[in-house]
Write a protein that binds this ligand. Structure first.
Ligand code: FES
Length: 350
């Protein structure tokens, strides 16, 4: 259909052609208008600059041109029969909300409050408003990508450290997770480099690369989640332990000679009991890192070292003093009465 010239705003904004938005070429502001008056204002404001304006015209998107003579050309014309059909199928939410004219007052009041708040803040408020609009963060995507890269590098550091203490199938899964996420980080860094150094025409390739990296990260995250949720990597091995809330007998005083590490059952909780300088100490015997037997570890002062990966725990209260464990041991209170040794949890575990 041949373009037809629109000589007045009324031609452009008719009941069947209610424009909802209009945008100009790159670098120009997006204009939103719903009335002929605003269209006229837009025409005056644009002067004689040859902007190409794209407008969504109900029911179909049409293209308009504002040429040097401030004329608007309309490509095509809406099909009134089809337009009526679309109108019949207007979304329920649109039909419902369109009738709620009372909302305009509420909306205007809210807008006034928001605008007033920014205004009350003065120049800082204007700067904040610009930031919230995104005006002063033109490369928000680049900024977000840089944050993601920094987080990815930190995760690689912590993840590789955790990987160092994995074995067997768990180690293979951890390696898979690490390899996938490493590719993700490399792709993100490459995308960022393209955005910074390559010509603007390469920007879309950089975005595609980052998008692909994000999708790949989903796969890597799945493997990482499987490591934790299915294999229990990095899960506290005492997370589901039960222990005595009240004192229970675990033996006689003679069963716990000085400096000997004794493993015993304390109401269902494996407990490590050590007498040091004549005083009994008790903590959970199962290492929180990967379940190592602490009674087979070494004792140095009031610190016991796990025989498997060398995590260190204080026998006074079970707190972790050295990794790779990140969770403390369950602490137990000990008492000797009439030659019997009794223990109970120092606090509930759950
Ligand atoms: S099981 Fe790994 S440090 Fe104890």
């Amino acid at each position: 259909m041949q373009p037809s010239r629109v000589t007045s705003a009324a031609d452009l904004v008719s009941p069947r052609m209610a424009c909802s938005s209009i945008g100009a070429n790159r670098g120009s502001p997006l204009l939103v208008f719903e009335s002929a008056a605003v269209v006229l204002k837009a025409r005056r404001g644009s002067g004689s600059r040859p902007y190409k304006l794209n407008a969504r015209v109900w029911p179909a998107t049409q293209t308009f041109f504002l040429n040097n003579h401030m004329a608007i050309e309309r490509k095509g014309a809406p099909d009134s029969r089809r337009a009526g059909s679309r109108r019949d199928h207007e979304a329920f939410v649109d039909r419902l909300v369109r009738r709620q004219t009372w909302m305009d007052g509420l909306a205007e009041g809210t807008q006034g409050l928001i605008g007033g708040a920014y205004k009350a803040l003065g120049r800082p408020g204007q700067a904040l408003k610009n930031a919230m609009h995104g005006t002063t963060i033109p490369a928000a995507g680049d900024f977000a990508l840089a944050i993601g890269i920094a987080a990815g590098l930190l995760a690689a550091l912590t993840g590789s450290t955790d990987f160092h203490d994995t074995y067997g199938h768990e180690r293979r899964l951890a390696l898979t997770h690490g390899a996938v996420m490493s590719v993700v980080v490399v792709a993100e860094i490459t995308s960022f480099a393209i955005r910074i150094a390559a010509p603007p025409t390469s920007h879309i390739a950089a975005v595609d690369l980052a998008t692909g990296a994000w999708l790949l990260a989903l796969a890597g995250a799945y493997v990482g989640g499987h490591l934790t949720f299915a294999l229990g990597t990095a899960v506290n091995r005492n997370a589901f332990a039960e222990g005595p809330a009240h004192f229970v007998k675990v033996g006689s005083s003679d069963d716990f000679p000085e400096a000997k590490k004794v493993r015993t059952d304390a109401g269902g909780l494996p407990a490590l009991i050590v007498r040091k300088d004549g005083v009994l100490h008790a903590i959970g015997a199962v290492c929180s890192h990967a379940g190592g037997p602490l009674e087979e570890g070494t004792l140095d002062g009031d610190v016991v070292t796990c025989p498997w990966h060398s995590s260190r725990f204080c026998i006074d209260d079970g707190h972790v003093t050295g990794g790779p464990a990140t969770f403390s041991q369950p602490p137990l209170l000990v008492r000797e009465r009439n030659g019997a040794v009794e223990v109970r949890l120092a606090h509930p575990l759950h």
